[in-house]
Design a protein around this ligand. Structure first.
Ligand code: UD1
Ligand code: CA
Length: 450
C-alpha cells in the first residue's frame, strides 16, 4: 500500500520564546522536524508533505535539505491541526493509499511504532497513536471502549472525569487518504480553543460507522516539545538512549554521561571514547579507534586504530586512515591523512592531504586562506615537517622530503629534498650583556628624576 506523510510544522511555538520556528530547534544536531521525517523512512513514503506557516521559508529549506522531493504547503493562518492537514489535500490529489500525520514537534516516534501503526490499518479505518502518560498534563485524552476509540477530548474541553484518563494522544494518526480528507471536511471549531482539531476525526469516523482505535507506544517516544525546558529534556532523553545503545554495541565509555552524540553518529565496536567528547553531525568512527578526552568531531571519518585527542578538533572533511595520530590542540578540516601519519601537537591542517607515515611537527600550519580563496597543501608519504612550519598554499611537499623547523614554505619541495626558509642564525658576542647594562642604566636615571 502506498504511503504518504503529512508533517505538521506551521505552529509558532510561542512558548519557545524564539525567532527560530519551533520545529527547527535542533536535538542532537538535527532539527526536530528532521527527526520526525527520518523515523518515517522505514515506511518508504511515496510522498512527504510538510505543512509550514510560521517561518515557512526556513522550515521549507530544512525540509528540502532533508529530501528534495518533499512538498511544502503553506498554511497561511494556523486555525488548528485539522485545518493544517486539510492544506495537504491538493498536494495529495490523485494519491491513493494510507496517510500518516506526524507532528513536527514530536521528534522521537520510533520506526517500529510507525510500522505497527500502519499494520493496525488492516483492522481499523482510523488509527491513533496513544501512550500511558505518567503526567497527562495538557495532552488530549483518548476515550476508549474496549479496543475501540470513541473520541479524543482535548484537555481544555475535558471534564474532570475525562481529565483523569491517563491514556493520551501523541498526535500521530493513520487513515486512508480519501477517508481522512472526507472526515476532515466535517471537523468544526466549536470548542474551547476555537480551533479545527484533528482530534475530532475519530468521533466523526465512529458516527459514520467507521472503526477507530488507538495503539500504544512508550511514553518516551511521544515526548512533545513546546518550551526550551522540554527541548533540553528531549536532548537529555536522546543522549541517554544513544549512550545506552553505544555501550550495548560494544563501545567503551568511561564516563558516558559526558559524551554527546549527534543524531547520526556511528561508532564501531571496541572503539574507546574518553570523557567529554562531543559529536556534531556526520561522524563515523571505526572499530578500535580511540577518541581521547575533550575532543570535538563533526563531518569526519576516523579509521580503525586511529587515536584522536585529547583536545582535538576534527571538522568537516577530515578523513583519518588507519593508525593515524591526531594529538592535543590539533585542528583538521577538509583533509585526508593517510595511514600511520602523525600530527601530534598544536597544528592546523586544512584543505590538505598528508601521505602515509608522515610526521608533522608541533605548531605546523597550513596557510590555506588568502583572504578570498582557499588553497590546498599536498604533503607526500614518509615526509618530515619540522616544528613551526608554515605551508603557504597552494604548495606541495614531496615524498621523504623534510622542512626545517620554522620554515615558511612558499615553493614546492621535491621528493627527498630539505627545505630551509628562515633567517640565518647569527651570534653577536657580548652584545646581550652590553644591552642589559644600557637598559638598566636608563631605568636607574628615570627613577632618580621621580
Ligand atoms: C496536540 C493534540 C493533543 C495531543 C498533543 C500531543 C490537537 C488539537 N491536539 O496538542 O491531543 O495530546 O498534540 O503533543 O491536535 N500545527 C499546525 N497548524 C496549526 C496548528 C498546529 O501546523 O494550525 C502544528 C504545530 O506546529 C505542531 C503540531 O501541529 O507541530 C501540534 O500542534 P500544537 O499546537 O502543539 O498542539 P498541542 O496543543 O500540543
Ligand atoms: Ca504540541
Amino acid at each position: 500500500m502506498p504511503t504518504a506523510l503529512i508533517v505538521l510544522a506551521a505552529g509558532q511555538g510561542t512558548r519557545m520564546n524564539s525567532d527560530l520556528p519551533k520545529v527547527l530547534h535542533p536535538i542532537a544536531g538535527a532539527p526536530m522536524l528532521v527527526h520526525a521525517m527520518r523515523a518515517s523512512s522505514i515506511l518508504e513514503p511515496d510522498r512527504i508533505v510538510v505543512i509550514a506557516g510560521h517561518g515557512a521559508d526556513k522550515v521549507s529549506k530544512a525540509a528540502l535539505a532533508y529530501d528534495d522531493n518533499v512538498q511544502v504547503v503553506i498554511q497561511e493562518e494556523q486555525l488548528g491541526t485539522a485545518h493544517a492537514v486539510a492544506q495537504a489535500r491538493e498536494a495529495l490529489a490523485g494519491f491513493d493509499g494510507d496517510v500518516i500525520v506526524l507532528y513536527g514537534d514530536t521528534p522521537f516516534i520510533s520506526p517500529e511504532t510507525l510500522a505497527a501503526l500502519v499494520e493496525a490499518r488492516a483492522s481499523h479505518d482510523v488509527i491513533i497513536l496513544g501512550f500511558e502518560a505518567t503526567d497527562p498534563a495538557r495532552y488530549g485524552r483518548l476515550v476508549m471502549e474496549g479496543c475501540d476509540l470513541q473520541r479524543i477530548v482535548e484537555f481544555k474541553d475535558a471534564s474532570d472525569a475525562e481529565r483523569a484518563i491517563t491514556f493520551c494522544n501523541s498526535g500521530v494518526l493513520a487513515a486512508d487518504s480519501k477517508t481522512l480528507f472526507d472526515l476532515i471536511d466535517a471537523v468544526g471549531n466549536d470548542n474551547a480553543a476555537g480551533e479545527y482539531y484533528l482530534t475530532d476525526v475519530p468521533a466523526i469516523a465512529r458516527d459514520r460507522g467507521l472503526k477507530a482505535t488507538a495503539i500504544s507506544c512508550d511514553e518516551s517516544e511521544t515526548l512533545g516539545v513546546n518550551s526550551r525546558a522540554e527541548l533540553a529534556a528531549a536532548e537529555a532523553a536522546f543522549q541517554a538512549k544513544t549512550r545506552t545503545e553505544a555501550l550495548a554495541n560494544g563501545v567503551t565509555m568511561t564516563a558516558p554521561e559526558t559524551v554527546f552524540f549527534a543524531y547520526d553518529t556511528y561508532v564501531g565496536r571496541d572503539a574507546v571514547i574518553e570523557p567529554n567528547v562531543v559529536f556534531g553531525p556526520e561522524v563515523t568512527v571505526e572499530s578500535g579507534a580511540t577518541l581521547r578526552a575533550f575532543s570535538h568531531l563533526e563531518g569526519c571519518h576516523v579509521s580503525r586504530g586511529a587515536v584522536v585527542g585529547p583536545y582535538a578538533r576534527l571538522r568537516p572533511g577530515a578523513e583519518l586512515a588507519e593508525d593515524v595520530r591526531i594529538g592535543n590542540f590539533v585542528e583538521v578540516k577538509n583533509a585526508t591523512i593517510d595511514e600511520g601519519a602523525k600530527v601530534n601537537h598544536l597544528s592546523y591542517v586544512g584543505d590538505a592531504s598528508i601521505g602515509e607515515d608522515t610526521n608533522v611537527g608541533a605548531g605546523t600550519i597550513t596557510c590555506n586562506y588568502d583572504g578570498v580563496f582557499k588553497h590546498r597543501t599536498e604533503i607526500g608519504a614518509r615526509a618530515f615537517i619540522g616544528s613551526n612550519t608554515m605551508l603557504v598554499a597552494p604548495v606541495k611537499v614531496g615524498d621523504e622530503a623534510m622542512t626545517a623547523t620554522g620554515t615558511v614554505v612558499t615553493k614546492n619541495v621535491p621528493d627527498g629534498a630539505l627545505a630551509v626558509a628562515r633567517a640565518r642564525h647569527e651570534n653577536k658576542p657580548g652584545l646581550a650583556r652590553r644591552m642589559f647594562e644600557r637598559l638598566r642604566d636608563l631605568k636607574a636615571r628615570q627613577q632618580e628624576k621621580k
